[in-house]
Design a protein around this ligand. Structure first.
Ligand code: SF4
Length: 366
């Protein structure tokens, strides 16, 4: 397969693993920020082949969307005048009592769309209904959501709104460095394709950590890890770019401009982690009319996590799913207790799908 097999070449993978083993004189802790990277690392067993500790970061957007926001989505979707639209990955995320898929089964008009612009078109085609899009994710998805709001504004669609839960990566990395022990980061290539990497340079300097912008295929990750290990062993802490085929230093200026027009930076609650200053996006005051939380009066809803779930420790990189007593027993991809078990990018689901089991569970297997 052109453009994919090149990044899964086993001969090159073995060579890179050998170079990492030769370069690493210490057992460094390296956090991959993005859930897509976690998925590749765990599925391919990369973390079991190299002499570094891979720490799985908070970069799964589904996993960090606050429980209260899922409850707000459910409250809005239950209204008879609403067509609630979302990408498919949010439908099975458990709220306090149920999820959007179950709400749909009970009659709520919940629809999967492939672009927020599909939701705008639905609003144009259904002037008698309220169409709401669940605008979730990192800097990667925010530009398309900004374009949807700009399109709705340009077309004068008063029946379109967005339930916003956008999170920003650099403040989360900063919060992790304040509370956890990580020697270096693999930054998420797709986020940097939008935002560039200038925001990471002050972080690298302040916390004296190497940061390597890295892609998602096995060879991308192995090369990114090798670049990080070389920096660590040489005592350097720079921002380097492994994902040069997709990322430029300044990012995508068109997308960044759309973000600047539609959103403002604000404090944000991360599911399982808590509040992180300046780590989210909200609609700018001139677009407040498109804020579904305000339009439907659900902004004040709050919620409490399942007491067994240690997702916060996992998202901060201080525990792995194998440390969670509910992993694989009370909590499975079919019956998730917490968000990291729902999404394929979630660390718990990645471990479960790769067949990793807790030690106690292993001991009772026949
Ligand atoms: S295994 Fe389930 S309960 Fe445990 S941390 Fe992961 S999502 Fe939460």
């Amino acid at each position: 397969m052109k453009y994919l097999d090149e990044y899964r070449d086993p001969v090159l993978a073995r060579r890179l693993i050998g170079e990492i083993r030769a370069a690493a004189r210490h057992r460094w802790s390296i956090m991959e920020v993005c859930g897509g990277q976690t998925h590749t690392i765990v599925r391919q067993g990369i973390d079991e082949l190299i002499p570094v500790r891979m720490v799985h970061g908070p970069g799964c957007p589904v996993c960090v969307t606050p429980l209260a926001t899922v409850d707000r989505a459910l409250a809005i979707a239950a209204r008879p005048e609403v067509i609630f639209t979302s990408f498919g990955d949010m439908l099975r995320v458990p709220g306090s009592g149920t999820d959007l898929l179950s709400a749909k089964a009970r009659g709520a008009d919940v629809r999967v769309v492939y672009s927020p612009l599909d939701a705008v078109r639905l609003a144009a085609a259904n002037p008698g209904r309220q169409v709401v899009f669940f605008a979730v994710g990192f800097e990667t998805t925010a530009p398309a959501n900004a374009m949807a709001v700009l399109t709705a504004a340009r077309e004068g669609l008063a029946n379109f709104s967005v339930l916003v839960s956008h999170v920003l990566v650099p403040p989360a990395m900063s919060a992790i460095m304040e509370s956890a022990s990580v020697d270096a980061f693999l930054a998420a290539g797709h986020v940097c394709a939008v935002m560039g990497w200038t925001e990471y340079e002050p972080l690298a300097a302040r916390y004296r950590v190497p940061i390597v912008v890295t892609g998602f295929e096995p060879l991308d990750l192995l090369e990114g890890i090798l670049m990080v290990v070389r920096q660590l062993e040489e005592g350097r802490f720079e921002v380097e770019n492994q994902y040069a085929r997709a990322v430029r230093r300044e990012g995508n200026t068109f997308a960044r401009d759309a973000l600047r027009r539609v959103f403002r930076v604000s404090g944000q609650t991360w599911r399982g982690i808590g509040d992180i200053p300046d780590s989210g996006l909200v609609l700018a005051p001139e677009f407040a009319a498109y804020d579904a939380a305000l339009r439907f009066g659900v902004a004040g809803l709050s919620a409490r996590e399942h007491p067994a779930c240690i997702a916060g420790d996992i998202l901060r990189g201080t525990s792995t799913p194998l440390d969670c007593p509910a992993y694989g027993t009370l909590c499975t991809p079919r019956r998730p207790l917490g968000a990291p078990m729902v999404s394929a990018e979630g660390t718990c689901a990645a471990y479960h799908n790769a067949g990793r089991v807790r030690q106690e569970a292993q001991e009772v297997l026949p």
